[in-house]
Unconditional design. Structure first.
Length: 152
């Protein structure tokens, strides 16, 4: 299946987060999702795949050096991937291009293009949490991938 693609997407998605406000500023309900998403490092903390036969915890099977990877969504519409504190390969660069992103459908979906195009529903996007859901149909079977990220 497309587990590697989903894992790569999950790592790309890890870059989403919201910055803290100054004490004298008030946060409003109208903060755009684009503002919440950009300029912060996001780290994956959960990745599951659900099919008619059940749910698999992909995150639990990942190597520790992949679990601390970060993603940063830049305002220019690009993604920067960062290996985190524990690199799987010591020669891995400190950052690399992670593709392009855009918010679609009244900021209810996130599209990431990193060689493949993936469209994710935004289930939650707050100052500290990002939850994404990918729906795919393969051979008539519907699969759901749920990705949970936190501000690093």
């Amino acid at each position: 299946m497309k587990t590697i693609k989903l894992l790569a997407l999950g790592l790309a998605a890890s870059a989403l987060m919201f910055t803290a406000c100054k004490k004298d500023e008030k946060t409003t309900e109208t903060t755009s999702k684009s503002t919440l998403l950009t300029g912060k490092d996001w780290r994956m903390v959960g990745l599951t795949l659900t099919s008619p036969s059940g749910t698999v915890d992909i995150y639990a099977t990942m190597d520790a050096c992949d679990k601390d990877d970060l993603q940063e969504f830049l305002a220019a519409g690009t993604v920067v991937s960062k290996p985190g504190a524990t690199k799987c390969d010591p020669a891995e660069p400190d950052s690399s291009p992670g593709g392009n992103w855009a918010l679609l459908n009244n900021e209810s979906q996130l599209r990431v293009i990193d060689g493949d195009t993936t469209l994710m529903d935004i289930s939650e996007l707050t100052a500290t949490s990002l939850k994404l859901k990918i729906t795919e149909v393969d051979a008539g079977i519907t699969y759901y991938t749920n990705l949970t990220m936190t501000k690093n």
